[in-house]
Design a protein around this ligand. Structure first.
Ligand SMILES: [Fe+2]
Length: 491
């Protein structure tokens, strides 16, 4: 008997202390985030439970159950044995999917729907428009399923429902396919960067992107993960994204194209194969790339490439999103091609050459020009000759309008790039999806079209493709959370 009691006490003690510690942590955390003001950029880099709860509840206080689920699911991810622990937590809270659905890889005839389930599952999707429906299924049971829905009609609004094999509804949403290239039907694409985890939880801008009928959105780095150096830590940041009702609504209804910047990659100003401040600290580039492909829903993710860059076509716009972080060669800094790498440079030229679209949107992660921060951690301090080589190549392309985009520098700005042959490019930076400080106006304003510093500036960019008198035209608009148009640039 005595032996049995000792065993019971010995087993019970860690359990009680774990429960006590958990209750204590949750109470302390709850008190801490209730007292505090808005999350700051340095807090976003911090990644502690207290800060992450503050970010989650910053714009609207969510029910206790949602917070508790996040805390326990996060613990399950951090504790290892995810396959065993995470399904238990999800079962306890009746959660059937981590997040809801995430749309991506939109074309005029297809879309891909990403759904994450606690346990491997085979999923079905019913896609409906104009009284007709089509059904698609995942090819094999998986915890992260990408369900390809094809043979869709162009320029058509669809609704969809995701179910499991028990016919339970897991997620639903809507999307609109772009018009076919050359159809001369107007449409809109949104662009933005630098959520820094915070902006994913603010409702106004993401709702506006959807309400103003943008058919997709380009997101250019510093998004949901901030300075996390292991896949496990990255995935708890993705969990924070996925429990956000604001993000769930957006991702289920607006297909996204995403690229990473330094904070998604490894930390401030990081790139290449190792951490510049400590060369012995190798960055697990390959596992970060493959995690990126699982946690976002981008085109061409199954193509073998040393980098996360890709291209796709939306109506009359060819979208090319570059990887300006993981392909850098640190020890060749200052030499040509150290920034994009030779392979990506050649791929970009080949893609541009074979493009048949009148507009090409090329995103570069960090800034193309040096007007803000004097080229810090970008082309101007890494690879001026590689940049010149590309601009010279762009100059030879006569039949297209090339627009450049970037994130990284906070705030929002547009700069002209004037070329010796008289051509002019415009770089748009919309790094104000998180309202975080940084960026600002250029010292040399001769090429500046507009600029707003980052602190408390919230806005997204909208590209409207129209066909006045039958000719294709694109207009950039900068829109604040009230839906006011701050800037209009006609191209
Ligand atoms: Fe940033």
């Amino acid at each position: 008997m005595i032996t049995k009691s000792i065993i019971v006490v010995t087993l019970a003690k860690p359990l009680f202390s774990a429960i006590f510690a958990c209750l204590l942590t949750q109470t302390c955390v709850a008190q801490k985030f209730k007292k505090s003001k808005a999350a700051t950029l340095s807090e976003a880099h911090d990644g502690s439970l207290a800060v992450d709860l503050k970010i989650l509840n910053q714009f609207q206080e969510h029910p206790k159950e949602l917070n508790d689920f996040y805390i326990e699911a996060r613990d399950a991810l951090l504790g290892g044995e995810i396959d065993r622990h995470l399904p238990n937590v999800c079962k306890k809270y009746g959660v059937k999917t981590i997040g809801k659905s995430m749309l991506g890889n939109l074309t005029d005839k297809s879309v891909t729907i990403r759904v994450q389930t606690p346990e491997a599952a085979t999923l079905n999707v019913k896609v409906m428009a104009k009284g007709k429906e089509k059904t698609f299924s995942s090819t094999e049971p998986n915890t992260i399923s990408f369900i390809q829905c094809d043979s869709l009609a162009a320029n058509t609004s669809y609704t969809y429902i995701v179910t499991n094999t028990e016919n339970e509804e897991l997620a639903k949403g809507a999307f609109t396919t772009p018009p076919k290239a050359g159809a001369k039907i107007p449409y809109k694409i949104a662009v933005g960067a630098d959520f820094h985890k915070i902006g994913i939880h603010r409702p106004e801008l993401l709702r506006l992107v959807e309400k103003r009928n943008n058919i997709s959105m380009m997101l250019l780095g510093d998004l949901a993960v901030d300075g996390r150096r292991t896949v496990t830590l990255r995935n708890i940041d993705y969990l924070l994204r996925d429990v956000s009702p604001v993000w769930q609504q957006f991702a289920a209804n607006v297909p996204t194209y995403t690229s990473w910047d330094d904070h998604d990659y490894y930390g401030n100003d990081t790139s290449g194969q190792y951490f510049q401040k400590n060369k012995d600290e190798l960055i697990p580039v390959e596992s970060f790339r493959s995690n990126w492909k699982r946690m976002w829903n981008n085109p061409e993710k199954d193509i073998e490439r040393k980098g996360i860059y890709f291209q796709t076509v939306i109506g009359d716009a060819h979208i090319i999103m570059l990887d300006t972080r993981s392909c850098r060669v640190n020890e060749e800094r200052g030499q040509r091609h150290c920034f994009l790498g030779k392979e990506q440079t050649e791929w970009l030229k080949k893609t541009l050459k074979s493009s048949t679209s009148p507009f090409v949107l090329i995103s570069g992660g960090t800034m193309w020009t040096d007007y803000i921060s004097n080229g810090k951690d970008s082309w101007g301090k890494w690879d001026k000759s590689g940049r010149e080589e590309l601009l010279t190549f762009f100059d030879t392309i006569e039949d297209k309008k090339i627009l450049l985009f970037s994130g990284d520098r906070h705030g929002t700005h547009a700069f002209k790039i004037k070329r010796p042959n008289g051509k002019e490019y415009i770089e748009f930076g919309v790094g104000c999806m998180g309202g975080v400080p940084g960026g600002g106006r250029a010292k040399d304003k001769s090429m500046q079209i507009f600029a707003y510093p980052g602190f408390k500036t919230w806005a997204y960019g909208e590209l409207e493709f129209t066909y006045p008198n039958g000719s294709p035209k694109v207009t950039f608009k900068l829109i604040n959370p009230k839906g006011e148009i701050l800037e209009t640039v006609e191209l």
